[in-house]
Design a protein around this ligand. Structure first.
Ligand code: IPD
Ligand code: CA
Ligand code: CA
Length: 272
């Protein structure tokens, strides 16, 4: 069977499994400081990896919870069995299954499935991006000042993360910055024009693989924070957007990196 069709079938099956756990409200464990994991993450990963291995026994698989499979094949799958675990564990309905495939280092297929809203985002290299089989495109917003974006903060080692400074500066310079709690869905939302761009520091290959292909197939641009092409296995800082004002965002980032505060912190005053 074709790669994308198989990945869709598997993502739907894993999504239904997650939805069943979600209704039962499963307990969570702490993987590291504030880093949650549930039985659902593990069960979903087991299902996805087992199905991929039975369809494509020679392919390599990189999976978040450690159930992957090493191989020298040109084909490599990237699996996030539950992206948005913190949301999931708190019954906040924003999470998904993300499955991406590369061949010889180039992304060729990606699926992001949100089982609560029953939204299936799919892309294949050269064939465009789709939401529930309808073609999607990135937004037409032309400047940072008119944009709605989103970002994320890692659960691991969050005190080392500098993003809160960027969050503040970007929020002040635009219509707003959302924090959805699922990087793969953020990317899917950029591909469907609901968000103009998304950035995050410290992502993993399984967070980015499927979603970045969605964005580029929907006509957007994906890069690292310097504007260089992104490699999901070696870059962990990502900017993905509609492409129309990517350089403007990169310039704003560069300024913040240099320590320049575009908007100084206001004094604390009463709003009464
Ligand atoms: C997390 C989510 C979150 C992002 C974190 C990721 P997980 O993935 O995508 O939005 O900000 O960096 O680790 O742990 O829920 O699979
Ligand atoms: Ca995960
Ligand atoms: Ca993730």
């Amino acid at each position: 069977m074709h790669h994308l069709e198989t990945a869709v079938e598997i993502a739907r099956e894993a999504g239904s499994l997650l939805a069943r756990y979600y209704e039962r409200r499963v307990a969570f464990e702490i993987k590291g400081e504030f880093d949650l994991v549930t039985e659902a993450d593990r069960a979903s990963e087991k299902l996805v990896v087992e199905r991929l291995r039975s369809h494509f026994p020679t392919h390599a698989i990189v999976a978040e919870e450690g159930g992957g499979h090493e191989s020298s094949s040109d084909y490599r799958w990237f699996v996030d069995p539950l992206d948005g675990t913190t949301n999931f564990a708190h019954s906040f309905p924003m999470f998904c299954v993300s499955i991406g495939l590369e061949r010889a280092g180039e992304a060729i297929a990606g699926v992001v499935y949100d089982p609560i809203h029953q939204e299936l985002f799919t892309a294949e290299r050269g064939s465009g991006a789709f939401l529930n089989s309808h073609r999607i495109r990135v937004s037409e917003t032309k400047r940072l000042a008119d944009s709605l974006s989103s970002t994320g903060f890692p659960s691991r080692k969050r005190h080392h993360n500098i993003n809160i400074h960027f969050y503040y500066q970007l929020a002040m310079a635009s219509h707003g910055v959302r924090r959805t709690g699922s990087a793969a869905l953020d990317l899917a939302y950029v591909s469907s024009g609901r968000l103009d761009f998304f950035w995050e520091f410290g992502l993993k290959s399984w967070d980015m693989s499927a979603g970045t292909l969605l964005v580029s197939e929907a006509g957007g641009r994906v890069s690292d924070m310097t504007g260089a092409p992104l490699n999901v296995t070696t870059s962990d800082h990502l900017l993905a957007g509609n492409g129309a004002f990517h350089d403007e965002i990169l310039a704003a980032f560069a300024e913040i990196f240099r320590g320049h505060q575009r908007i100084p912190l206001p004094p604390l005053t009463s709003s009464r």
